[in-house]
Design a protein around this ligand. Structure first.
Ligand SMILES: [Zn+2]
Length: 582
């Protein structure tokens, strides 16, 4: 039997409308890193139930406070004190001091306080816990809601090699349940043999239980099978680690470096796991947010270009690009240097740009056939080569780095092929065209405009506008065509990546599964309009070339265009899905 604290659903509807940590721009006004709880869909008057057995310790009126009319319940489990807060209510059915049972009716939902509409807001506190960016005790309630079977304790004990977080799920993106001390003994839950094989392995996780009964996941690369050797004897003078010099961190995987502290700002570089990133600003503050979801660090990248000749006006320590990286995708230990990097060759003389956009500042001119090293994970970069509307971050033989259009480079030094002649004029009616490959459909006629869909080669796209004018632009580089997708929405595609004949039927589509309940969005961005709610493990068909989509699965800061079993299409965060149900 598990001793873990569990939350029953507080409403009848199973729809979460806002997760923990979402919408940081909204919650900045409350000095919080994001939404401090979960919102559930609940019309005014819907029944609200207690999440667990407990005692009502406060009922507060709708007196102008942000939660409006709300109830606070205290729960004591295994020596831990949890508190649940039910906010924005219309009517409270319990009183202070009253004992309540799990799933007992306590209130009716409403729209009081700082509410954007009728819903139930639930805050969970674990007294003594701290989620950085939130008031003391506040934790993500979601892991407590999930009906997960906890495996039985095994006879294997493992030990932490450092102070490390116990997490709710096997990912650095999940909630932090507790700090584990260095050398803390943990009982492995479930298969001991499998866990033993993962000890010390980077990227692996082990489900464990603490002596006090709390269970969760620990990073396998921070544990060992033997207790750590005792601390050195007292008299040995312990040299203070020199705080001089900046804090240096390393990406845990090929990581986008952005202009600002948000995924909505433009990419300026890609950092690889072996490259030192010097943290700019308050080092103490940086250390406290390291590994925390939703936090960003400003860093200076190493300068790859040759040392400047004498007379440079800037000192060497001042060189190197500055940008922002996700704090939960960096660590203080360097990762391995890549075995190989991909080399590509321009198919013609081309531009190098400061950002991955045709509107990015021009920073260099590259000659046809000049080799370029792709500064990225080869597995992620290879499927992009030759693709329209994708960009690669490359380094020249002279050490200059920047962005190049992926559709102007090849993996082999190029040999030239003449373009296909334009098609003959078709008969009346809207001209129907087909993508020559999985093609981005954008809101406006430029690569700077946001993506709204991906069109596959067999899907008919009805062009909008005069057929003769459309035909004159077909196949022309730099021209855009406005089209209507089979689903009825309109967008723009590159005229030189469409043809009048349908392409072959697609290869078997990739299927992915949400690792938790998640949002479907209108565009590939966390601030884009939410158009659906997807359930944990509900299969999603990736509406894209599987070869292009597969390397993105599980990657932070990438998005996938998917279709649900009911036929709804939209964008999901690639780092919240898996190729197998979890
Ligand atoms: Zn809320």
């Amino acid at each position: 039997m598990s001793s873990k604290f569990r939350l029953r659903w507080p409403v009848d509807d199973r729809t979460i409308t806002q997760h923990f940590g979402e919408n940081p721009h909204v919650y900045a006004q409350y000095n919080q890193a994001g939404h401090e709880g979960l919102d559930f869909r609940a019309p005014v008057g819907a029944s609200i139930y207690a999440c667990a057995d407990g005692v009502v310790f406060d009922v507060r009126p709708n007196d102008g406070n942000a939660y409006g009319l709300h109830v606070r319940i205290r729960h004591r489990v295994n020596g831990c004190e949890y508190r649940t807060i039910y906010a924005h209510l219309s009517k409270v059915l319990v009183s202070k001091g009253q004992h309540v049972r799990a799933s007992g009716l306590i209130a009716l939902s409403g729209n009081t306080g700082h509410s954007f509409g009728p819903h139930l807001h639930l805050t969970l506190k674990l007294i003594g816990a701290k989620t950085p960016g939130y008031p003391d005790g506040v934790v993500d309630p979601l892991p407590y809601l999930q009906e997960v079977e906890i495996p039985a304790p095994s006879d294997l004990t493992i030990y932490t090699t450092d102070q490390v977080r116990l997490r709710a799920r096997p990912t650095t993106a999940s909630a932090q349940l507790a700090w584990l001390d260095r050398g803390e003994a943990l009982t492995v839950l479930g298969d001991a043999g499998g866990a033993r094989a993962r000890v010390g392995q980077r990227g692996q996780w082990i489900q464990v239980q603490r002596a006090d009964g709390m269970d969760g996941f620990v990073a396998a690369w921070y544990v060992q099978l033997q207790p750590p050797s005792p601390a050195p004897p007292e008299p040995t003078p312990e040299p203070e680690p020199a705080p001089a010099g900046p804090l240096v961190v390393y990406a845990t995987e090929a990581l986008n470096v952005r202009k600002g502290p948000s995924t909505g700002t433009s990419r300026i570089a890609i950092a690889l796991p072996h490259e030192p990133l010097a943290v700019i600003g308050d080092q103490e503050a940086a250390l406290t947010v390291l590994g925390d979801r939703g936090e960003w660090l400003q860093v200076r990248l190493p300068d790859p270009s040759p040392a400047p000749s004498t007379g440079s006006r800037r000192g060497s320590e001042q060189r190197g690009l500055k940008g922002y990286v996700a704090a939960w995708y960096v660590q203080t230990e360097p990762g391995p240097a890549p075995d190989t990097l991909l080399t590509v060759y321009p198919t013609e003389d081309m531009n190098m740009r400061e950002r991955p956009a045709v509107s990015g500042r021009l920073i260099g001119r590259l000659a046809q056939n000049a080799p370029l090293t792709v500064h990225d994970d080869p597995e992620r970069a290879r499927p992009l080569v030759g693709r329209y509307d994708e960009w690669l971050y490359v380094e020249t033989e002279e050490g200059q780095r920047g962005w190049v259009a992926a559709w102007y480079v090849r993996i082999q030094p190029p040999s030239f092929a003449l373009p296909e002649p334009p098609p003959e004029l078709a008969e009346a009616g809207p001209l129907v065209v087909y993508a020559t490959e999985a093609l981005n459909v954008r809101k406006g006629p430029s690569t700077g405009s946001s993506r709204i869909a991906i069109a596959l080669p067999h899907e008919p796209l009805s062009t909008i506008g005069d057929q003769r004018a459309v035909l004159s632009r077909l196949g022309e580089r730099g021209e855009r065509l406005q089209v209507r997708l089979p689903q009825g929405n309109k967008g723009y595609v590159a005229a030189w990546y469409v043809q009048t004949e349908p392409g072959p039927a697609p290869p078997p589509a990739l299927t992915v599964y949400p690792i938790q309940d998640m949002n479907m969005r209108e565009r590939p961005a966390v601030n884009a309009r939410r158009i659906g709610q997807l359930a944990h493990n509900a299969p999603l068909t990736v509406h894209d070339d599987p070869e292009r989509a597969r390397p993105l699965v599980g990657r932070y800061d990438e998005w996938l265009y998917v279709e649900t079993e009911k036929g709804q299409r939209g964008w999901v965060a690639a780092w919240y899905v898996s190729t197998t149900p979890m």
